[in-house]
Design a protein around this ligand. Structure first.
Ligand code: UDP
Length: 440
């Protein structure tokens, strides 16, 4: 990839959730390697550790989130509050940078920190947004009500069940959600470019629709985790012991189970998952995040007799080095909540998926995985017999052959994006040129 000649300064505004921080830091690393200097502005919540990224300048802004907002775990409410409380400090922070005569070539903000676009407009700065979910979500959240039924008649869009997703999303028409949709759409419409951590071939039809709705170029620069140098962005401590456990397992035998950084389950569900995994007879690596089981600290609600029944066949950790796990030869399936990062990471390693979405875009990603790309099966409920059967269907049965083959095909396509002069590299060169011409 070309190196930027003129040194320019970029300010990146982060949304403080794991699935948003990682791609933002990866984008920052790549742009830094192209010659940009980077300042990262972030709310106090989940502050990144600056010593992991000595090449960046970090500026923390007060978010004034209360204990009750944080313990409520209402993501929509948190996003809404962050945009309210961070707007003034973000503006002051940018003014301070400008007053100290630091040129800002562009302000790159997480799409859900949409308050940044208004500030960029007021200060005369080019605003560029990073969407850390599928590009298709740009249809779902902001402009879906304008999408005519006739417009989603193409096979790919129909397979996504967008109508069903719309119904699901509008079940919760909280005031905050309505406001977020309006503000986010306005921000997207004023931004100079929309960067998406995706690959064109994954969302072809939806992308062509998205492009009709937004004037700015949509730049698909994924898979970021394969382009960026390895960075430490985990909010939790990774337990490397699972890699030595994986080293002892047969090729493609292990089902890796992780529900990401935010989803939670209740005590009965953890019992069903435990017996489903045990009865499947497949080796499993299970991430149980502390606090993931509602009402439990960690794994104290696992059923009696479970550990004896699985013995060495199971490994439970609090947090795993996920990209390394998915790339491990022993891993043959990924039971996921289908967050977008997990989805992209699985695709890049050719790992077929078992999908159990919880909220938001996880339902859309599940439709892509099961109905469009056909590289996974949806787990309809968390009942132990159903879990056991679905794991076997994915990992062992003949039925899974085609799914596993298609997953490997997608892996190859993703790798193709990454070759020299491939689409990812072209997108990055386009992005840097775009930034340079906007700031001239
Ligand atoms: N992750 C990880 N270790 C784990 C579980 C998750 O490193 O044990 C990482 C995973 O690789 C991904 C991110 O956490 O990059 C989760 O993001 P995703 O969009 O999949 O879901 P979210 O956490 O936002 O719901």
């Amino acid at each position: 990839m070309e190196k930027q000649q003129k040194s320019s300064h970029l300010v990146l505004v982060m949304l403080p959730f794991q699935g948003h921080m990682t791609p933002m830091l990866q984008l920052a690393s790549i742009l830094h390697s192209k010659g940009f200097s980077i300042t990262i502005v972030h709310p106090e919540l989940n502050s990144p550790n600056p010593s992991n990224h000595p090449e960046f300048t970090f500026v923390s802004i007060p978010d004034k989130l209360t204990e009750s907002q944080l313990s409520d775990k209402n993501v929509t409410g948190l996003v809404w509050s962050l945009n309210k409380t961070c707007a003034v400090p973000l503006r002051q922070c940018l003014e301070k940078i400008l007053h100290s005569h630091h040129h800002i070539a562009a302000l790159i903000y997480d799409t859900q920190m949409y308050c940044a676009q208004t500030i960029a407009d007021d200060l005369g700065l080019p605003g560029i947004t990073l969407r850390t979910s599928a590009a298709t979500t740009l249809l779902l959240y902001p402009v879906f009500s304008q999408l005519d039924e006739e417009e989603i008649k193409s096979p790919e869009l129909q397979a996504l069940h967008l109508q069903r997703l719309r119904a699901l999303l509008s079940q919760n028409p909280a005031k905050e959600m309505m406001e977020i949709r309006v503000e986010l759409t306005n921000a997207l419409k004023s931004s100079l470019a929309i960067i998406v951590n995706s690959m064109e071939f994954l969302e072809l039809e939806a992308l062509s629709k998205v492009k009709q709705y937004f004037p700015a170029p949509i730049i698909t620069i994924g898979p970021l985790h394969k382009v960026a140098p390895a960075i430490c962005s985990s909010l939790f401590t990774e337990e490397d012991k699972c890699i030595s456990w994986l080293n002892k397992q047969a090729p493609k035998s292990v089902i890796y189970v992780s529900l990401g950084s935010m989803a939670s389950i209740d005590r009965q569900e953890v019992i069903e998952i435990a017996w489903g995994l045990s009865n499947s007879k497949q080796p499993f690596l299970w991430v149980v995040r502390p606090g993931m089981v509602r009402g439990s600290e960690w794994i104290e609600s696992l059923p009696n007799g479970f550990e004896e029944s699985v013995g060495e066949r199971g490994c439970i950790v609090k947090w795993a080095p996920q990209t390394e796990v998915l790339a491990h030869a022993a891993v043959g399936g990924f039971w996921s909540h289908c967050g977008w990062n997990s989805t992209i990471e699985s695709i890049c390693e050719g790992v077929p998926m078992l999908c159990k979405p919880f909220f938001g875009d996880q339902h859309l990603n599940t439709s892509y995985i099961c109905n469009v790309w056909k590289i996974g099966l949806e787990l309809q409920n968390l009942e132990r017999g159903n879990i056991e059967r679905t794991i076997k269907r994915l990992m062992v049965d003949m039925e899974g052959n085609d799914i596993r083959k298609r997953a490997m095909d997608l892996k190859e396509k993703a790798a193709f994006c990454l070759v020299e002069e491939g689409s990812t590299s072209c997108s990055f060169n386009g992005l840097t040129k775009h930034i340079s011409s906007a700031s001239e």
